[in-house]
Design a protein around this ligand. Structure first.
Ligand SMILES: Cc1cc2nc3c(=O)[nH]c(=O)nc-3n(C[C@H](O)[C@H](O)[C@H](O)COP(=O)(O)OP(=O)(O)OC[C@H]3O[C@@H](n4cnc5c(N)ncnc54)[C@H](O)[C@@H]3O)c2cc1C
Length: 394
């Protein structure tokens, strides 16, 4: 089967990309391993921009968040309430969200192929001209002028493309997340973050009864700690904080999964006939671990870049480099680089600088707002941010 574009992976990055290409009238195949897979994720989306990309979310009965609480490892608390508008932060169940946005791509004209696992490229004269997939009944081939790799953190194609190495444990986060159901004392309109010396934990209520709870380790802490043990410890601790009941919760879903944590792999984003997006290319914010936003933006711009290449009938690296040069991609690359340095600074001496930061938050309203914007809304802090923390006392 010959397509203009084949997109491997129908998560947020792939579905968005396929939608953009289909809307422009081109033939696009969207390849997915399993539409019943619930991507391990906290499901937290603090960005108002999500409603611009997916206004359909406004029709769902999602709880609008108007409260954030952050706890430092040494007991400082940052609480913040904000006004309710129709674009407040939300928490979504990834199974529902991924199927919603996949169906939007299909409605736009993308052809979805479920139960297909992409595992290699098809070459002609050393040029990538398509991909091979495994299906329950054998193998399939999808030929295309452009291949968009959007199949996440464990992408086989990203590695096989020769554009990048496999992830080292030192460059990733490893998280365990569960969706639990039962009586609790959480504010359903709240999002709770708990910073730790090894990374952080979260509790994101989905509604009155259900909440997403998880914890994540970063970099060398992946080798030092066992994530299962940390998760159990975290559950116990939260109970001490009077949020969770002492009785066992119904476990709706549980999973352990890695995520990229060093920012965008900017040398690995494109080549002749190929663009890599989303987690497969590292579009995850190193401070918050937020990757849905980066996946959607990179999918959108890869879609637009592909449409331009199709209009010009030019699928060379020179044409596809428009992806990396796009201002939105450049901004994300720059922001994540900066955040990566901040994270290293925060976690020095088992998170000493994070503890200092939370103490400063209690002393200054202005600093508190900077921390919320940096940690939750992915904004750049002022230039003197690090020097102010360095200069403060424990
Ligand atoms: C524990 C944890 C918690 C997180 N919490 C948050 C959060 O609260 N908020 C947030 O914004 N981000 C969070 N993230 C990050 C976020 O989940 C990812 O950044 C985001 O899902 C990336 O989207 P994507 O489309 O690039 O990849 P994915 O969501 O991974 O989608 C890839 C798709 O490709 C499919 N696929 C995989 N391999 C193949 C193959 N070989 N062939 C065909 N299809 C394939 C998969 O089934 C999937 O549908 C979290 C991550 C982790 C690990």
């Amino acid at each position: 089967m010959k397509y203009d574009v084949v997109v491997s992976g129908a998560g947020p990055a792939g579905s968005r990309c396929a939608e953009v290409i289909a809307k422009a009238g081109y033939k696009v195949a969207l390849i997915e391993k399993d539409i019943n897979f619930r991507k391990p994720c906290g499901g937290g989306i603090p960005r108002a921009s999500i409603f611009r990309y997916y206004p359909q979310l406004k029709d769902l009965d999602l709880v609008k968040k108007n409260y954030i609480a952050m706890y430092s490892a040494d007991g400082h608390i940052l609480e913040h309430s904000f006004e309710e508008t129709d674009v407040n932060p939300i928490v979504i169940d990834r199974l529902e969200f991924d199927n919603l946005i996949r169906n939007i791509a299909v409605d736009a004209g993308a052809e979805l192929f479920d139960k297909n696992i992409s595992y290699d490229f098809i070459y002609k004269d050393q040029k990538k001209i398509g991909i091979r997939t495994k299906t329950p009944s054998g193998t399939n081939e999808y030929l295309a002028n452009i291949i968009v790799v959007a199949d996440g953190m464990s992408s086989k194609l990203a590695h096989k493309s020769g554009l990048r190495e496999k992830w080292s444990p030192l460059n990733i986060g490893i998280g365990k997340a569960e969706i639990l159901e039962g009586k609790n004392n959480l504010n359903e309109k709240g999002s709770y973050f708990f910073f730790k010396k090894y990374g952080y934990g979260w509790i994101f209520p989905i509604d009155k009864q259900k909440f997403n709870i998880g914890t994540i380790t970063y970099y060398e802490n992946n080798l030092k700690y066992n994530i299962r043990n940390l998760f159990e410890e975290f559950l116990h601790e939260s109970q001490n904080r009077n949020f969770l009941s002492k009785e066992a919760y119904k476990v709706i879903w549980s999973a352990i999964f890695p995520e990229p944590a060093t920012g965008v792999l900017e040398k690995s984003l494109y080549d002749d006939n190929i663009i890599i997006v989303g987690d497969a290319a590292g579009f995850v914010g190193p401070i918050s671990g937020e990757g849905i936003h980066g996946a959607i933006i990179s999918g959108q711009i890869a879609g637009e870049t592909s449409v331009n290449a199709l209009k010009n009938d030019d699928f060379t690296a020179n044409s596809l480099k428009g992806f990396k040069k796009h201002p939105k991609i450049k901004n994300l690359i720059r922001l994540f680089k900066f955040q990566r340095n901040l994270v290293t600074f925060f976690y020095e001496n088992e998170g000493e600088n994070l503890n200092k930061l939370f103490k400063m938050v209690e002393e200054s309203k202005e600093f508190k707002q900077i921390v919320i914007n940096t940690f939750i809304f992915g904004q750049n802090p002022p230039k003197d941010f690090i020097s102010r923390i360095k200069g403060s006392k424990n």
